[in-house]
Design a protein around this ligand. Structure first.
Ligand SMILES: NC(=O)c1ccc[n+]([C@@H]2O[C@H](COP(=O)([O-])OP(=O)(O)OC[C@H]3O[C@@H](n4cnc5c(N)ncnc54)[C@H](OP(=O)(O)O)[C@@H]3O)[C@@H](O)[C@H]2O)c1
Length: 251
């Protein structure tokens, strides 16, 4: 019988790409994001049964609806992909506290709550996968986005470590810069960061799903960032801390 994957942030960018690749692997899909029309268009373009579940994951009732869908024993979800996210262009001293709260809720609380909802059924079935799209920023001292992603990485690693023997795979995917709508939605251009630093969403999604299949706890996507990663602990925090969104030019 075909397996089912639930993908958050499936209306655009990496989430849409992850959904397409899961569909190509034969997964049925539950597509989650705020934009119903875009989710429906994606569902119509895929050759597998798709459920469209519009939700703003920073709204408690919406998050609870998605959690309830994951926990429904009558409609098991085999793979959870926690991918929805956004960034804030302003730094902590200047940003809006309401935006910071939404950021933390979407990047840290939602993956925790959805993993918590998915796990009991996966444990009963003795199998399941959780792919959390974090960021290489989660390894850096670059602000509140990085801190929220660090939480997501630590949680995903914990699930991998504590439930591997139960048949559960958990992978934290750590992309560097990826060509999606992410920076445009923040009101930023891609200039300011060299063209070579930008990865394709399809490649990043492929590496994340391959890592999940292989049971890798942490996947740094793209060879360029895999080269950079071992050097990061050698670089002083005050230098790493400059790698904020300020490097990108406003639109
Ligand atoms: N692009 C990069 O350079 C990069 C690098 C490292 C990590 N990441 C991470 O990759 C993930 C995907 O981002 P992306 O690059 O694909 O960005 P994107 O193209 O802007 O897509 C973001 C997705 O998240 C959804 N979303 C945003 N707010 C939401 C909310 N409150 N509730 C539900 N869904 C919401 C959006 O859909 P709706 O607007 O329809 O809700 C959209 O589907 C994020 O977690 C991001 O932090 C991106």
């Amino acid at each position: 019988m075909a397996m089912t994957a639930l993908v958050t942030g499936a209306s655009a960018g990496l989430g849409a790409e992850l959904a397409r690749q899961l569909a190509a692997d034969g997964f049925r899909l539950v597509l989650v994001a705020r934009d119903r029309a875009r989710l429906e268009a994606l569902a119509a373009s895929l050759a597998v049964p798709c459920e469209v579940l519009p939700a703003d994951l920073t709204v408690p009732d919406d998050l609870q609806r998605v959690a309830a869908r994951l926990a429904d024993p009558a409609r098991p979800v085999d793979v959870l992909v926690s991918n929805a996210g956004f960034g804030i262009a302003a730094e902590l001293a200047d940003s809006d506290p309401a935006d910071e709260r939404r950021l933390l809720e979407l990047l840290a609380w939602a993956p925790l709550r959805l993993s918590q909802a998915a796990l009991p059924g996966m444990l009963v079935r003795g199998r399941g996968g959780i792919l959390t799209v974090a960021s290489l920023a989660g390894l850096l001292p670059t602000g509140s986005y990085a801190a929220a992603k660090a939480h997501a990485i630590a949680l995903s690693r914990s699930i991998a470590a504590q439930h591997r023997a139960d048949g559960i795979r958990a992978t934290a995917l750590l992309p560097g810069f990826v060509r999606t709508e992410f920076h445009e939605r923040m009101g930023l251009r891609r200039t300011g960061v060299p063209a070579i630093a930008w990865a394709d969403a399809a490649d990043v999604a492929r590496e994340g799903l391959a890592g999940l299949r292989r049971g890798r706890a942490v996947v740094v996507s793209d060879w360029r960032y895999r080269l950079v990663r071992p050097v990061l602990p050698l670089v002083p925090d005050r230098m790493l801390g400059r790698w904020t969104m300020r490097r990108l030019d406003p639109r």
